[in-house]
Design a protein around this ligand. Structure first.
Ligand code: DX5
Ligand code: ZN
Length: 227
């Protein structure tokens, strides 16, 4: 059976003068999820956007498309609760931003928002071995294939090996977490990740800079897994 890869355009590369149009166009092209990058200026250098804009776009488009919020923030669990209260359905935060005391709080959030899908993102300097014991707490894992902080960077070669390791780990232990990848995804690196077992690809600049977005999506959709 063929499993079609899901593409998640990252709004960080959209034209902010026409944010609504960018989301609408993605919906018209059949995109199911939009990746929403939240940067706080501390965990990463830049500041992007946060809850106020999420509230507006989720209200306008939340019935047609899901927003997958990627928190690149210190003290992420505080933000998780705020986004969840605004109706966010899917959210990831960074392993590197967690402290030991956060683990019980993650369990509490699960109980509080049973519908919310929680993801663990991890940066290039972190190994799969460091995070794997936490994966039973999460619905998905987000492999960062660039150093988090900005769009348009080059894919770090070998990131697909982490995907393969995670895929093997979930098969061996019969776990059901999904695997996403974020950073430098294009028509070359996307298929590489798909071949390694990824479930979805985040694509920012490759999608939003494309003259023909439908073709750009199709070039990533060509990447298919034969099961
Ligand atoms: C990087 C962000 C990514 C970024 C992806 O810190 O988390 O989601 O917007 O952009 P591209 O696809 O251009 O690398
Ligand atoms: Zn991201």
């Amino acid at each position: 059976m063929e499993k079609e890869t899901l593409i998640r355009p990252s709004l960080l590369s959209a034209d902010f003068n026409h944010l609504g149009n960018a989301i609408k166009e993605a919906i018209d092209l059949g995109v199911q999820d939009i990746h929403y990058d939240v940067m706080d200026g501390t965990f990463v250098d830049s500041i992007s956007f946060g809850e106020p804009i999420f509230k507006v776009v989720n209200k306008a488009f939340g019935e047609s498309i899901a927003f997958d919020v990627h928190l690149m923030c210190v003290n992420p669990l505080k933000q998780v609760s705020q986004f969840a209260a605004l109706g966010c359905k899917e959210i990831s935060f960074h392993y590197e931003a967690l402290t030991l005391g956060d683990i019980p709080r993650i369990k509490e959030i699960r109980g509080q928002y049973p519908e919310l899908k929680l993801g663990l993102a991890f940066s290039p300097e972190t190994s799969v071995d460091e995070i794997k014991n936490l994966l039973s707490l999460f619905d998905f894992v987000l492999v960062m294939s660039v150093v988090p902080g900005k769009a348009g960077q080059k894919y770090i070669e070998g990131s697909e090996k982490k995907i393969a390791q995670l895929d093997e780990y979930r098969k061996n232990f019969n776990l059901s977490f999904k695997i996403g990848v974020d950073g430098g995804i294009n028509n070359v690196t996307g298929p590489l990740c798909v071949d390694s077992g990824v479930d979805w690809l985040v694509a920012g600049s490759y999608y939003f800079n494309a003259e023909n977005k439908k073709e750009a999506l199709n070039s990533l959709h060509k990447a298919k897994v034969i099961e």
